[in-house]
Ligand binder design. Structure first.
Ligand SMILES: Nc1nc2c(c(=O)[nH]1)N[C@H]1C(S)=C(S)[C@@H](COP(=O)(O)O)O[C@H]1N2
Ligand SMILES: [Mo]
Length: 414
């Protein structure tokens, strides 16, 4: 390949440009940009331009919502696997992922309201504690925000900010047991190695926590692998928390420290309006005082139709399979119904038990459409406490969290 030397190819200039834009773009694309020095200032790679979607090397087919920070979601038909492939796990970044993530030098500190503070390498975590592999859902509390009316600010997720992969790690409970919780330990505070968008090293992009009861729940893992492999760098390599069934923000990526506190954590995105909803129903569009907001814990009952893909053509009168997944935060799903007549009548789908608690549950139904024309298939899950998904957006809240409305797909019978 011929190389033309010019001012822009001088190393110093290239490094400068890279530090401005290229490294961030390259992280999102999952590929270096050989001609980064040729990119005009402000040029956004078309692969990452809003609405293009599907052009990340690490995450083919995902829709890119933002490039700085990187946010991507999977269209529902790409979430059909019982165990979500790493390449299809959504990405929700609040800051910039750490530039270097060395497995051998990574440390996890556990301190605060503990009897013996710990400072562990990943090798020590693996050798000193029992390892567990569990299929665990991670869902962004803002999944479905796009459909809130009036619109709520934040990433305009549609249905795909959910994954259920097989995470391998050690139980946070076991690590906390080793450290020894003091009587005063009430809440965790999680810290990661990513950096704030402003570049200010004093600021955390996000630092959330959970009550001790959730921290010692045996499905809360400190994970070092997903689907028997390293996790993608965008999903927290080399170490992350997985606190399933709760807002994904509780599952700190690039985990470096867990502090035990004697009070509710007050880190970045823990207070004010972040990951909080009004304690009582409010009029759509209302502004709600911070003191009237409460922290979101278990997420509500929800389901997806993952096959067929919306827009499919089928033959009128022929049977075909419709399937998807259902989940309900801390709870089990006990029923999944489908409708082909805009919710006028419903029939029960076959619903499987979860692979383990906090795994989503597979459902399948056989459908026949009576005559040629346009149909919609709607799916509605019910949790063990009798709560169902609403047909339209549930109670509005200022940041557009917890939208568990029914998923619908379009089907043409020919
Ligand atoms: N360190 C760190 N951890 C983080 C975040 C982040 O920006 N930084 N985002 C959180 C949010 S809001 C969500 S929804 C989940 C998403 O996990 P994923 O990107 O692996 O799908 O990660 C959480 N953990
Ligand atoms: Mo999130």
């Amino acid at each position: 390949m011929t190389r033309h030397s010019s001012e822009t190819n001088k190393p110093s200039r290239r490094i400068l440009l890279k530090s401005l834009t290229g490294a961030g773009f390259a992280a999102a694309l999952g590929a270096p940009i050989p001609f980064v020095g040729r990119m005009a200032e402000g040029l956004i790679p078309v692969a990452l331009a809003q609405g293009t979607g599907g052009l990340s090397v690490q995450k083919p087919g995902l829709t890119v919502l933002n490039d700085r920070p990187v946010n991507m979601e999977a269209p529902p038909h790409l979430l059909d696997d019982a165990v979500t492939p790493a390449a299809r796990m959504f990405v929700r970044n609040n800051g910039l992922p750490p530039a270097s993530t060395n497995v051998d030098t990574w440390r996890l500190v556990v301190d605060g309201e503990v009897k013996t503070p710990l400072d562990l390498s990943i090798a020590e975590l693996k050798s000193q504690f029992e390892t567990a592999t569990l299929q665990l859902q991670i869902e962004c509390a803002g999944n479905g925000r796009r459909f809130m009316k009036p619109a709520a600010r934040g990433n305009q997720w549609s249905f795909g900010a959910i994954s259920c992969a097989a995470w391998t790690g050690v139980r946070l409970r076991d690590v906390l047991e080793r450290a020894g919780l003091k009587e005063s330990a009430l809440y965790t505070a999680h810290y990661g190695a990513d950096t704030h968008l402003s570049g200010d090293p004093e600021k955390q992009p996000i630092s959330r926590g959970v009550p001790v009861a959730k921290a010692i729940e045996p499905h809360t893992l400190i994970a070092f692998a997903v689907n028997s492999d390293d996790m993608p760098s965008l999903n927290g390599h080399p170490l992350r928390l997985v606190a399933p069934g709760w807002p994904g923000s509780c599952s700190q990526k690039w985990l470096t420290r867990i502090e035990l506190r004697d009070r509710v954590h007050d880190g970045a995105k823990m207070t004010g309006q972040s990951y909080r909803v009004p304690a009582f129903p409010v009029r759509p569009g209302a502004s709600v005082a911070d003191e009237d907001m409460q922290i979101i814990e278990s997420l509500p009952v929800k389901s997806l139709i993952t096959a067929p893909q919306t827009g499919v053509r089928v033959n009128a009168g022929d049977a075909f399979e419709v399937r998807g997944h259902a989940w309900a935060g801390d709870l089990d799903v006990v029923a999944l119904d489908v409708s082909i007549d805009f919710g006028a009548s419903w029939s029960a789908a076959d619903l499987s038990a979860p692979a383990n608690k906090y795994a989503w549950q597979r459902w399948r139904a056989e459908i026949r459409l009576p005559e040629a024309g346009y149909y919609e298939i709607w799916a509605r899950a019910r949790d063990i406490q009798g709560r169902m998904q609403p047909a339209t957006t549930p109670g509005w809240n200022p940041r557009g969290y917890l939208n568990n409305m029914q998923h619908r797909i379009a089907v043409f019978a020919l």
